[in-house]
Design a protein around this ligand. Structure first.
Ligand code: GDP
Ligand code: MG
Length: 395
């Protein structure tokens, strides 16, 4: 299992640029956990400080790669094109769009913060990026509402005399969103609604759809093209707007990330994705040098291009995932060490981790060891980010 991150946004905001930048990499051939011929599906990475140096060894990753003590752990990235007004009604690429969205555990909404593309992605001036943010949220909410209404119909068309339970019918109808009956019940009650849809007004149904959407499709906003003055101004204004406080907005220059990765690949410079600086390794024309200096300024202002940060915020902050290394203290006889690093739901226990690794390991679970402290831990112990865990089984 691996998480899927969906890149969404109207046309011309920089989704493809972001996607290409994020999925270009240093990975040795054969080290991909998933290969695909679909050009809109690729392998991006989250950075995790490697645990191997703490044990005085070098890791040998099965997937992704390690660069100077930083593990780049794979995560699936999908370029979900086709967001147009009315996508939830099947307009544009409508249905494919919704299928792709369904599969995404978390979204990165790429927004053109320059205000120089309108809602259809055509050139304009002075467009407010807040409209794009609202637009996507509304589009998702309408999609959820459609399904919610179907769940209410399901409830109403149940046999007379048969005891209907609204949260059960909604959970069934919304199974693709992975929300449990209990969680649904809590959302309904938190909105002060009765556990019976008959008295729910149209506004209340919309509000409920929105709450369910917020819980099941977490998202971050990539404030793209932040390398331009217009985008910087909008970024400052929108992040100060209390109406947008509920969102995590990350300044991004997909362009800069792409340029640095291209430069790295062609040997012109040395750059590790997500770093706040790079080294120029070749003689360059004045023009190229000036371009790179602009990128350097961007990095010093924002700390990084934002591509890595957007991906990592999506998984670690919005989804609350953690990365754990299964492993032993020492390299194996064949020299391999800390080959794996898995990203999975935060709050998972040692036993759940065992099941995550393999059903046999889960079923045979005896106990586990926290390799760093040397302490034995029980089945119910919740694992922390960057734990190194060795599992002992009965078989
Ligand atoms: N200034 C600036 N332009 C960008 C950036 N990312 C993408 N663009 C430009 O925005 C336009 C649309 O980019 P593209 O990736 O094709 O957008 P998509 O339609 O959302 O996939 C292109 O002209 C890109 O060069 C960025 O970070 N900064
Ligand atoms: Mg594109």
């Amino acid at each position: 299992m691996s998480y899927t991150i969906g890149l969404v946004g109207k046309p011309s905001v920089g989704k493809s640029t972001f996607f290409n930048a994020a999925t270009m990499n240093d990975v040795p051939e054969g080290a991909y956990p998933f290969t695909t011929i679909d050009p809109t599906v690729g392998e991006a990475y989250v950075r995790v400080d490697c645990a191997a140096p703490e044990f005085g060894h070098t890791c040998t990753p099965n997937h992704g790669y390690c660069a100077d003590g930083v593990r780049f752990v794979p995560a699936k990235l999908v370029d979900v094109a086709g967001l147009v007004p009315g996508a939830h009604e099947g307009k544009g690429l409508g249905n494919q769009f919704l299928t792709d969205l369904n599969e995404a555990d978390v979204l990165i909404h790429v927004v053109d913060f320059t205000g120089e593309t309108d809602l259809e992605g055509e050139p304009t001036e002075g467009h407010d990026p807040r409209e794009d943010i609202d637009f996507l949220e509304n589009e998702l909410d309408m999609w959820y509402l459609d399904i919610l209404e179907k769940g209410i119909e399901r409830y109403r068309s149940g046999y007379d005399g048969d005891e209907r339970v609204i949260e059960a019918d909604l959970a069934e109808q919304m199974s693709a969103f992975g929300i449990s009956e209990e969680a649904l019940k809590q959302v309904i009650l938190a909105l002060d609604l009765e556990l019976d849809p008959d008295p729910w007004s149209a506004d209340e149904r919309e509000e409920l759809a929105r709450e369910i959407r917020i819980r099941t499709k977490p998202m971050v906003i990539a404030a793209n093209k932040a390398d331009t003055e217009a985008a910087k101004e909008n970024y400052a204004e929108i992040t100060a707007d209390p109406a947008y406080e509920h969102l995590t907005i990350i300044p991004v220059s997909a362009h800069a990330e792409k340029a640095l990765k291209n430069g790295h690949e062609s040997g012109v410079l040395e750059y590790r994705p997500g770093d706040d600086d790079f080294d120029v390794a070749a003689e360059l024309s004045d023009e190229k040098r000036a371009g790179l200096e602009q990128i350097r300024e961007f990095l010093s202002e924002f700390g990084e291009t934002g591509v890595q940060r957007a991906i990592e915020t999506a998984l670690f902050e919005e989804l609350g995932a953690v990365a754990v290394f299964p492993g032993a203290k020492k390299p194996q006889d064949d020299g391999t060490f800390l080959q794996d690093c898995f990203v999975f739901p935060g709050g998972s226990t040692a036993e759940e981790f065992a099941y995550f690794l393999h059903t046999d390991i889960g079923e045979g679970f005896l106990h586990a060891h926290d390799i760093r402290s040397g302490r034995q831990i029980g089945a119910d112990t919740e694992l922390d980010h960057r734990d190194v865990i060795e599992i002992t089984t009965t078989n």
